[in-house]
Write a protein that binds this ligand. Structure first.
Ligand SMILES: NC(=O)c1ccc[n+]([C@@H]2O[C@H](COP(=O)([O-])OP(=O)(O)OC[C@H]3O[C@@H](n4cnc5c(N)ncnc54)[C@H](O)[C@@H]3O)[C@@H](O)[C@H]2O)c1
Length: 320
């Protein structure tokens, strides 16, 4: 079968989700250029692609204008610090990546006549007053809280993408990703799944924030990638939620991971971060109806695969 695209540019391609996107695109015969400054990504996420003649890496900060010499027909804009630990460490870079970085990635799509897909986030819904969240909900975001650098950067990136399509006619789509997990997350990136897995494998107490009753909905990365590529292949502008509506409390998640890891880990309750959302669950009706996309991987299966991967890569990822 002919590939859906000849050449895709993936900004943030050395990151967790981006590296899975590069891998999936190459597997279907699309050449890929990854653009990444490695501020939160890792070269070893792409080690398995080294030597593939269809794959190249441009080490560049998308905040500055960049050039893609070979014609591209798809631009996936995934560059952005994404975990709270990262964007709290890199607040200005996060804002600049969402603003100037998005403008520069859009310019590439416009010059090349390529389809553009922005990786937005469920964080645009903030601490939501509507549950589950569908795309018509405008959100409840604190514009000056510590998380605002990420939330507002993504909200601005959505506005910029929408204006680009209206003013220049660039073919743009927006996906709002809900929490995704899987192999190649960093053990110390502060997100719940890698934190609990790292702690469970080390036999340490699992640190649950607050009383652990806050919920998240976790989507296995293979499902997320399939949803993103379905969006890329469509003509939808979005935004479209991509996530798994299977909602769990953080306490349940910690217990599930401890059980799947086969450890007798205890739970330690720690302080909950400022503006941490109480609930998070996508309404995926739009993705199901317009993209024929639904997640397929169950939590038990996805978590088991992720734990197996962390076990295998313990040395590399335990300290990062
Ligand atoms: N993982 C999730 O659960 C999730 C949820 C919602 C949205 N997203 C979005 O998906 C994208 C990828 O997230 P992730 O979890 O893979 O994070 P990640 O930190 O693993 O990957 C982000 C990548 O972008 C690169 N990057 C950041 N700023 C850059 C810049 N200015 N120039 C070039 N490269 C830059 C980093 O080095 C890294 O490789 C992000 O845009 C994020 O907002 C992810």
């Amino acid at each position: 079968m002919a590939p859906r695209w000849q050449h895709a540019v993936v900004t943030g391609g050395a990151g967790f989700v981006g590296s899975h996107l590069c891998t999936a695109l190459l597997a279907e015969g699309t050449a890929v250029t990854c653009v990444d400054d490695l501020c939160t990504g890792r070269a070893q996420n792409l080690a398995h692609l080294a030597g593939n003649p269809d794959f190249s890496v441009l080490r560049a900060d998308v905040v500055e204008p960049f050039d893609i010499p070979r014609r591209a027909d798809l631009v996936l804009h995934f560059a952005s610090p994404a975990s709270p630990a990262d964007y709290l460490r890199l607040p200005l870079h996060t804002l600049e990546t969402g603003s100037n970085g998005t403008r520069n990635a859009l310019a590439i799509a416009r010059e090349h006549g390529a389809r553009f897909v922005l990786a937005s986030t469920s964080e645009v819904y903030g601490d939501p007053h509507r549950h589950p969240q569908d795309e018509s909900y405008w959100g409840n975001v604190n514009p000056v809280g510590p998380r605002s650098v990420y939330d507002e950067a993504k909200r601005y990136a959505e506005a910029l993408t929408t204006a680009e399509a209206a003013v220049h006619g660039t073919d743009c789509g927006i996906v709002r990703l809900f929490n995704t997990y899987g192999p190649r997350m960093r053990g110390h990136d502060g997100r719940a799944v890698p934190t609990f897995i790292r702690q469970a494998l080390a036999g340490e107490p699992l640190t649950v924030t607050g009383d652990g009753r806050q919920t998240r909905s976790l989507c296995y990365v293979d499902d997320t990638v399939r949803g993103i590529l379905a969006m890329a292949a469509s003509q939808l502008t979005g935004p479209v939620n991509i996530g798994n509506p299977d909602e769990t409390t953080m306490l349940e998640l910690a217990r599930t991971i401890a059980a799947l890891a086969g450890t007798q880990a205890t739970i330690r309750f720690v302080e909950r971060p400022v503006d941490d959302p109480a609930v998070r669950c996508p309404d995926i009706g739009l993705a199901r109806d317009k993209l024929q996309w639904v997640p397929r991987v169950t939590a038990a299966e996805g978590l088991a695969r992720t734990i197996a991967w962390f076990r295998e890569h313990r040395g590399e990822y335990a300290t990062a």
